[in-house]
Design a protein around this ligand. Structure first.
Ligand code: SF4
Length: 107
């Protein structure tokens, strides 16, 4: 008999949070910048997207997903691309340090 502990998790459970997203069914264009968008136009659009995120009941789940998946584009979980890149870089640095510390402790 197959052990249920070694089976992959049901995919639907990993994505169910999206069903409660405040942006669901809304215009994606607010969350993803068009080509060559710069300056105040980009900042204004990002702020409009973040305003939607601020009232979203799944902002924590969304932000976690975007950071783990290292989503390169768009506003996710109330963070724009630049903000997310900083978090991802810090996370990678912390993971490297933890990895080195673990190797040292195993020696
Ligand atoms: S946090 Fe923002 S991008 Fe994420 S699901 Fe909610 S509204 Fe959409």
């Amino acid at each position: 008999m197959t052990s249920r502990r070694v089976l992959p998790r049901p995919v639907a459970a990993d994505w169910a949070w999206q069903l409660r997203a405040a942006c669901r069914g809304g215009p994606e264009a607010v969350f993803f910048h068009p080509d060559l968008e710069r300056g105040s136009a980009r900042q204004d659009r990002d702020e409009r997207a973040k305003a939607v995120c601020a009232r979203c009941p799944v902002i924590v789940e969304c932000r976690r997903h975007a950071i783990i998946a290292e989503e390169p584009y768009g506003v996710w979980g109330g963070q724009d691309e630049h903000e997310r890149r900083l978090v991802i870089a810090r996370r990678r640095r912390d993971n490297r340090r933890r990895g080195r510390a673990r190797v040292r402790s195993e020696v």
